[in-house]
Ligand binder design. Sequence first.
Ligand code: 2AM
Ligand code: CA
Ligand code: CA
Ligand code: CA
Length: 266
Amino acid sequence: MARSAILNVMVAAAAKAGRSLARDFGEVQNLQVSLKGPGDYVSQADKKAEDIIYSELSRARPGYGFLMEERGEVKGEDEQHRWIVDPLDGTTNFLHGIPLFAISIALERQGKIQAGLIYNPITDELYTAERGGGAFLNDRRLRVAARSRLADSVIGTGVPHLGRGHHGFYLVELRNVMAEVSGIRRMGSAALDLAYVAAGRMDGYWEDSLNAWDVAAGMLLIREAGGFCSTKEGKQDIFETGSIVAGNEAIHGALLKTIKKPVKTA
Ligand code: 2AM
Ligand code: CA
Ligand code: CA
Ligand code: CA
């Protein structure tokens, strides 16, 4: 598959950062780890990977701005373009030796996501998408799953934890979804969750309290794989509230309805 110049730039940055993450994953017990907030860890591995991506992308496209998890917003001279980067999505998995984590890189042009990449350096699975150009896992074109009933579906989610607000509403959502689906999965990497939905491995996914860098690349992957994603309120701009619901058209619609069902008192 011939990749565009911009995807080649993103793939090269992710490959280099991925080698750094894979090395650090092999010696995870020696990494310096610090706490950003309750339950919110960051390691040297996150920072090294982010530094690599920052310098590779800056060199290839001087002047583009950045929004990165560890650096925050870095304004560029070029106000049309911005990279949205999570250098390590799934830090908790990483620090526990669980090989479910990914690099997520998206390129925004005039406020629209133009290209997206999600890369798991341990499985060497590379997900890429360009606006209007389809979504791919390595060289294979992706399509969201075709199952249209929740009863047949496996649905991914993210479970709130220490430091992520009050959780009562989530338990209601989870109870509603549990009652209607074939299975629920909790992987611990929002970027991989979205990539798995794009690849048709999971039929749908929902989570709250996410940031742009968790979802920017994954949303494009899903849309380019024929899927739908929105906030829980059905808004297209998921950066507004930080919740996300994804799936094919039928599952996306069914999930939106199901998570909002009122609490039943038995
Ligand atoms: P991270 O590993 O990059 O921090 C897991 O459900 C998802 O939530 C992951 O994408 C993870 O991204 C993110 N996450 C983990 N801890 C978080 C926190 N304290 N606040 C917001 N998002 C978090
Ligand atoms: Ca983090
Ligand atoms: Ca993240
Ligand atoms: Ca991260």
